[in-house]
Each structure stands twice: as C-alpha cells, then as structure tokens.
Design a protein around this ligand. Structure first.
Ligand code: NDP
Ligand code: MG
Length: 407
C-alpha cells in the first residue's frame, strides 16, 4: 500500500482537526501535503508542524506574518501561499492525492471545483459548495474522473447503505427513498414563544455534536438539514420527494435507505465525525478511527419523531429552493451565511434568520433570471444575494410570510 498525500482545506476547523486526528493514527498510509487556515494562525502553525506539512495557505500577508510568528523557531518553515487562488492550487496540486474539503461556506467552492477538475479524490464536508453549484460540480467530477466521497454523517451513512459501485460512484437501483435523520438541535423541546430571545451561545450548544459555530446554528434552525436535503439530491440523484427528514434525538442512526422491497438499511455509530472521515479516507478499506464502539445496551433506546414544521421553517424553505432551481439554492445558502453571521455577531435575533432567508429567496425567485453556467455565475449570484440579505431590515408588516410569494 503506497502512502497517500492529503491536502486539508480548512485544517483549523472542527472537521480539519478531526481529519488530522485520524491520519495521525495511520502514519504509513497518509501524509500531509498542504493545510489551509483562515483566522487561527497559532493552530495552523501547530498543525502544520505536527503533520510536517509542505505547504500552508493563509488569506493575506498579515496572517502570513502571524503564522511565521507562531512557527517554532528551530524548524524550517513550510512554503506559505496566500489567497483564494493558492487554495485552488493546493487542491489541484500534482503532489496531492486526496483533498479534504472542510472550509465552511461558499468560500470553499472554487477550491473544491479545482480539485474536481484535477480529478482528485475529494472528501466533501463543505456542503455549501454542493448546494450552490451542484450541477456544475457533479458534472466536473464526472468529466474529470474525480471521486466524491461524502463526509457529512448523513450522506456518508447513505453512501454506506447503498449498493457498492466502483470508484465511489452511486448505484441507486431499487431505492425508494432516503431518510435523513436530524437531532432537532438544542431547541427541539423549547416552547416556541422562547425562541425569539435565544442567544448565540445557546444555539451553538448542540446536544450531541461538537462542531463549528455556523453549522451549529444551522442545526438549531434545521437549515443545516435543508442544505443536506439539497446535498443528497446532488450526491444520490434523488428528487426532493424522495428525500425525507426524521427527527432522531440521539444521533445514533445517521441516516437510512428504504428499498422497493420494504427493506430499510441504516448506518449506526456514536456521534463522532472521525467515523465518516475514516470511512472516506480509507474507502473501501475500513481503518481505525479512534472512535468509541457503539454500545446499544447502554443507550437503551432510539427515538424517532416527525419534524414540527412550525419550529423549523428553514427546512421548508430549503425544499422550496430545491424545487425552484439552482439560483434559489444559491440565494438560500448566501442569505443564510449572512444571517447566521449577523446572529453570531449579535446584530439580529434568532428568528430573524428565517426572515432574511425567506426574503432573499423571494427576491431571487422574483427578480433573478441569470443563467448559471459557470462557477463565476454562481459566485456573482451569491454576491448579489448577500448584498440583498445584508440590506434586509425588519418590516413593519405583521408577518414576513404574509409579504412573501414563496414563504
Ligand atoms: P469550522 O468553523 O470549525 O471550520 C471552518 C474552517 O474553514 C476553518 O479552518 C476556518 O479557518 C476556515 N475558513 C473559514 N472561513 C473561511 C474563508 N472565508 N476562506 C477560507 N477558509 C475559511 O467549521 P466545521 O469544521 O464545523 O465545518 C466545515 C464544513 O464541514 C462546513 O461546511 C460544515 O457544514 C461541514 N460539516 C461539519 C461537520 C462537523 O461536525 N463540524 C459535520 C458535517 C459537515 P479558521 O478556523 O482558521 O478561521
Ligand atoms: Mg450532517
């Protein structure tokens, strides 16, 4: 077995650090070629030093200086590159076999696309890239012989429950529908009247998973599950009607596939992202992940319940965006990225997240006729939707839903 070389885009994040944890368990199987970080230069320096990365990518000169400052004096520095184009370069580099796409948001899209165009094995955590550019990305993967393996726990579970096909391809013959499980987040049982005043700290306190702030808030609103419905549509070529969401508070059953004969296959495991990361890194081999083995007797019970649509309106918006088309998916994602950041920064309330997403979707469906034929087209619409979302102000009208054609 030859040693495979890895680039980790978003190495300083939750997925990035879990990836480093898994690859350090397999020093003869994997080595790090390049790592990227954005703000956390101390952690990037520490991670690059530990993994002996050859290259790092940082966003600007100031961060490059911070990286050098944090680097252990006695060791030779890795090559330091700057900016978006360098991210795409390390994702497509000849020296890289595997690309872990773990940047948060559409900011990761150009580099994921570059990896696809270079025919890499892509481990995709960065779901926003697929939501915004699903058809272009899937076409590039196919055209250039790349392999796309899902890291999102639900999609990784579904991938494991589908019939095996060569080269990471999907064989969905006989599949009736996909069931994505959702924990329901920290506000599953909170009285609806209290949602108006929840804080970012409460929204980020996920009951089962330790994750980055953005996906934690998305899990609370369940817009995360909405992004995952769109992600499942592209990964597994299933229509919106074939993708169901089911609340499962324990996060043990990671998702399920229902077949025409009535069989349901599920993948189970403790909620630890090192399982899907190790699955995709080793695929088709099963490698050690450092994860505690699931003990169902200790858990005792697994619960399931339908989604309360009035508690999670963002999920319904995502289904509507998927049905409306690629432009609506771009607007949904862009508006959500803006709204979640504003919520985390204390500028808007929790319930205003759905207002902003809803209004931006309404704006896109009503005004934008732009064709989406390239990544530049995606990024242009993404920017326009962000501008609209940033300018959103609470209306004096009674209900945001009432003023919207879409919501
Ligand atoms: P984190 O916020 O923990 O990490 C995000 C990473 O992206 C960090 O390395 C960060 O750098 C970097 N980054 C942030 N903004 C930019 C930017 N504008 N340009 C380049 N790099 C940037 O997020 P997670 O690890 O939780 O999530 C990463 C992706 O994986 C998301 O798309 C998420 O939806 C998905 N995912 C995550 C799961 C989880 O368990 N965490 C589960 C399933 C999917 P820095 O930290 O240095 O600022
Ligand atoms: Mg998920």
């Amino acid at each position: 077995m030859s040693c495979q070389s890895i680039t980790i885009l978003g190495a300083t994040g939750s997925i990035g650090q879990n990836t480093i944890d898994v690859i350090e368990r397999h020093p003869t199987r994997f080595r790090v070629h390049a790592l990227s970080g954005f703000r956390r230069m101390d952690l990037l320096a520490q991670s690059a030093h530990r993994t002996q990365a050859q290259r790092v990518v940082v966003p600007d000169q100031a961060r490059a200086a911070a990286f050098r400052q944090a680097w252990p004096k006695a060791s030779p520095l890795p090559q330091i590159d700057i900016g978006q184009s360098a991210l795409s370069e390390i994702a497509a580099a000849d020296q890289t076999d595997i690309v872990m796409a773990a940047i948060v948001g559409v900011a990761g899209l150009p580099a994921v696309f570059a990896a696809a165009t270079a025919g890499k094995r892509i481990l995709l955590a960065n779901k926003e890239a697929l939501v915004a550019a699903g058809s272009l990305l899937m076409a590039a993967v196919k055209r250039h012989g790349a392999t796309l393996l899902p890291i999102d726990s639900e999609h990784n579970a579904i991938f494991q429950c589908l019939p095996p096909a060569p080269n990471g391809q999907i064989d969905q013959s006989g599949v009736r529908r996909l069931v994505l499980t959702a924990s329901g987040g920290p506000f599953r049982q909170m009285p609806l009247t209290q949602l108006a005043t929840v804080t970012p700290a409460q929204a980020c306190a996920h009951p089962n998973w330790a994750m980055g702030q953005k996906i934690s808030v998305d899990s609370a609103t369940m817009l995360n599950k909405g992004l995952e419905v769109i992600e499942a549509h592209w990964l597994f070529d299933m229509s919106a009607a074939q993708i169901e969401v089911l609340i499962h508070p324990q996060s043990i059953v990671h998702s399920m596939v229902q077949y025409n004969d009535g069989s349901v296959l599920a993948q189970l495991g403790n909620p630890d992202m090192r399982t899907p990361i190790a699955h995709a890194l080793g695929y088709p081999a099963r490698i050690e992940a450092g994860v505690d083995m699931l003990d169902l007797a200790t858990h005792g019970r697994l619960d399931f319940e339908p989604v309360q649509t009035e508690r999670y309106p963002c999920l319904g918006l995502a289904y509507q965006a998927l049905r409306a088309g690629q432009g609506a998916c771009i607007a949904l994602n862009a508006a959500n990225e803006v709204a979640v950041q504003q919520f985390l920064d204390g500028q808007i309330s929790y319930l205003e997240i759905v207002d902003i997403v809803c209004s931006t979707l309404d704006w896109q469906v009503g005004t934008s006729t732009a064709a989406i034929n390239s990544i530049d087209d995606v990024l242009a619409l993404d920017q326009a939707a962000r501008t609209f979302a940033r300018q959103w102000r609470p209306s004096s009208q009674v209900s945001h839903f009432a003023s919207s054609n879409l919501c």
